[in-house]
Design a protein around this ligand. Sequence first.
Ligand SMILES: Nc1nc2c(c(=O)[nH]1)N=C([C@H](O)[C@H](O)COP(=O)(O)OP(=O)(O)OP(=O)(O)O)CN2
Ligand SMILES: [Zn+2]
Length: 120
Amino acid sequence: MTLRISKQFAFSASHRLDGLDEGHQCGRLHGHNYLVEMELAAEAEQLTPTGFVRDYGDLAPFKKWIDATIDHQHLNDIIKVNPTAENLARWMYELWSEQFPELSAVRISETPKTWAEYRP
Ligand SMILES: Nc1nc2c(c(=O)[nH]1)N=C([C@H](O)[C@H](O)COP(=O)(O)OP(=O)(O)OP(=O)(O)O)CN2
Ligand SMILES: [Zn+2]
């Protein structure tokens, strides 16, 4: 039996997407109030003695990194690939899965109606 937890983090940033048809709105400089959802998972027998997959508070370094690295930044200057929601989710997973081995997926929302998820 697998237990899953998640915690949301917010940041605001600008971006511009390459490779779209001329005139596509996302090829122009624009911004989003992003939501990041970090999902962590463990098998029932791997829970901590308290009964946690992991203490939500352990994710504080991730929030600190968001605030220091991507909040109020231009994402095209920060990540090497096109800053789509899909690529952001994968980038964050790959950056953080070593520190959080229980990390099972990262989900990125650019708007309240959309999300993209990286779940290797
Ligand atoms: N698969 C993806 N499609 C799009 C991405 C993305 O990262 N992955 N990104 C964008 C734009 O950056 C932006 O998010 C616009 O999204 P969209 O939902 O199309 O924008 P609107 O809010 O204007 O949409 P409404 O139709 O008005 O709700 C585009 N696509
Ligand atoms: Zn966008």
